[in-house]
Design a binder for this molecule. Structure first.
Ligand code: ZN
Ligand code: ZN
Length: 243
């Protein structure tokens, strides 16, 4: 079956994410956009996935709890998990490697944690817009330990991508790659041989509701469950894809 996806969406917990990016607003926009599966991927945290997982389940939308990890090389890697509980366990490991700095909402933006009715239950204090101490060399294996899958974020971007940080896309164990939805996958596969022959996800990296993808790019998988999607993103099962 074809799964229309957007696996890179920021919520109001990302300092750069719009405050309207609440769990219910994101899920409802995804449904309006015809998507069959989404992930919320805030910078270095998974805490809004707890509410979003419940909202998505009630709406019948497949949901992956995620994080956009900033590695020590200042490269963004999207990490997805089968449940919010697994994602939070991963976050515990990540949080230990963040510098102990408080957020400055006036400079970086607010970091809002919501409940499943979109009430703000916490203004998250630690600064999330920073690099962790985790290397790109270790991400794939670390994420697998929590039942997840990881892929390099927006490899067509000139900043905060592995390609920007390292000047290339070395073999790091990723089974899929990601580019922004305006990218040309064929040109990127030519530029980066490591991307060749692998599915390339074309996600929105939305920070505003109106930027969430309209159904277009798809993965063809046996079913639309987090476990099957993660198996495909780890390269454990083959998957057809198209933009
Ligand atoms: Zn990014
Ligand atoms: Zn992002």
């Amino acid at each position: 079956m074809k799964i229309y996806y957007d696996f890179h969406i920021h919520s109001c917990l990302s300092p750069c994410g719009d405050n309207d990016m609440t769990p219910n607003n994101i899920v409802n926009m995804a449904l309006l956009s015809g998507l069959s599966a989404i992930a919320i991927t805030d910078h270095n945290t998974c805490r809004n996935c707890v509410a979003a997982e419940k909202v998505a389940a009630a709406a019948g939308l497949t949901f992956l709890s995620g994080m956009e990890l900033c590695t020590v090389e200042e490269a963004h890697v999207v990490c997805l998990f089968p449940s919010a509980a697994a994602a939070l366990a991963f976050e515990e490991t990540v949080a230990k490697t963040l510098p102990p700095l408080p957020n400055r909402p006036d400079i970086f933006g607010e970091q809002l944690i919501c409940d499943e009715e979109d009430n703000v239950v916490e203004h998250y204090a630690p600064l999330l817009a920073t690099a962790t101490d985790i290397s790109v060399d270790n991400v794939v294996e670390l994420v697998k330990q929590f039942g997840g899958a990881a892929f390099p974020a927006h490899i067509d971007r000139p900043s905060f991508s592995i390609t920007a940080a390292l000047g290339t896309l070395p073999p790091l164990g990723f089974a899929v790659t990601e580019a922004t939805h305006k990218a040309d996958p064929a040109a990127l596969c030519e530029q980066y041989t490591e991307a060749h022959g692998k599915p390339m996800l074309l996600n929105s990296d939305a920070h505003y509701l109106e930027h969430i993808r309209v159904a277009g790019a798809w993965l063809d998988l046996p079913d639309n469950t987090p476990e099957t999607i993660l198996a495909a993103l780890r390269g454990d099962i083959p998957c057809e894809w198209a933009r």
